[in-house]
Design a protein around this ligand. Structure first.
Ligand code: NI
Length: 264
């Protein structure tokens, strides 16, 4: 699958699940902004069928290269970002849960989900947007969330974009993240204040903020429940001393951004 088609499918799926993102996108477009997508984020599990490398495969095949490695010890996650082959394509940020570091209870639930994967699932060309390939009970989702909100999110939503990101540098009407955040709050969006509304600073060449994931209806095998879906992120990048724009990620900021999908 062509990587631009894959990105378009990821966006369509994400916007359909999260009306919030489509609304913000439309509001900015109505102000005359041309929205540049800074990065798209994918979540996986370190099983060979759903691992980081597997999710990144269609992007690597299209010429994306590893740009940085990240670790989130407390959340039992590892992540990587990939640099696009062409500057108008977004960065791709892929993470995975390290099962060996989780409790045996969590592993048992996740293993039961993985056991439901159809043959050849991990080989799908559209794996990053394959959706949820298993049935899961709400009680299992809750048990996963109690230990790892990340695991709960993956169990409930499966394979799809966790978030897209507006690159603030490319906006004309908003000089910085403070102005954009104020605009979003004024029109009624809730932002993630964990660790401060704006994560990072010019010193680390990256500032990020994000909405709180809005509750969406999810069908569990024992009924429909409303749980946090996806969020929309906003990133302002700064130029390195070399003059080039910083294209990496900052662990301490990303660590708190992950919490945008936590239950509240
Ligand atoms: Ni992000």
């Amino acid at each position: 699958m062509d990587v631009r088609s894959l990105l378009e499918r990821l966006w369509q799926d994400y916007a359909a699940l999260n009306p919030q993102a489509g609304k913000i996108h439309a509001l900015l477009a109505a102000l005359g902004e041309r929205i540049v997508n800074d990065h798209v984020a994918l979540r996986g599990i370190d099983d060979p069928r759903l691992c980081l490398e597997r999710l990144a495969r269609p992007f690597v095949a299209a010429g994306y290269r590893v740009g940085g490695e990240y670790e989130f010890r407390e959340k039992k996650l590892r992540a990587r970002h990939y640099q696009p082959p062409e500057s108008d394509l977004p960065l791709v940020f892929v993470s995975e849960l390290r099962l060996a570091e989780c409790s045996s209870e969590l592993r048992a639930i996740v293993t039961a989900l993985l056991d439901q994967l159809p043959d050849g699932f991990g080989e799908r060309e559209d794996l990053p947007v394959a959706g949820r390939p298993w049935q899961v009970r709400f009680s299992e989702y809750e048990a996963l969330c109690a230990e790892s909100e990340y695991a709960g999110w993956v169990a409930a939503f499966g394979l799809r974009a966790n978030h897209f990101t507006v690159r603030v540098n490319a906006l004309q009407r908003f000089g910085d993240l403070v102005e954009l955040d104020a605009f979003l709050v004024r029109i009624g969006f809730a932002l993630n204040d964990a660790g401060g509304r704006i994560k990072g600073s010019a010193v680390v060449y990256l500032e990020q903020s994000s909405t709180l994931a809005e509750p969406v209806e999810v069908e569990f095998s024992d009924g429909v429940r409303r749980i946090p879906g996806c969020y929309y992120e906003f990133a302002r990048r700064y130029a390195l001393p070399s003059g080039e724009l910083y294209t990496g990620f900052v662990e301490r900021s990303a660590d708190r951004i992950f919490e945008s999908t936590d239950r509240r």
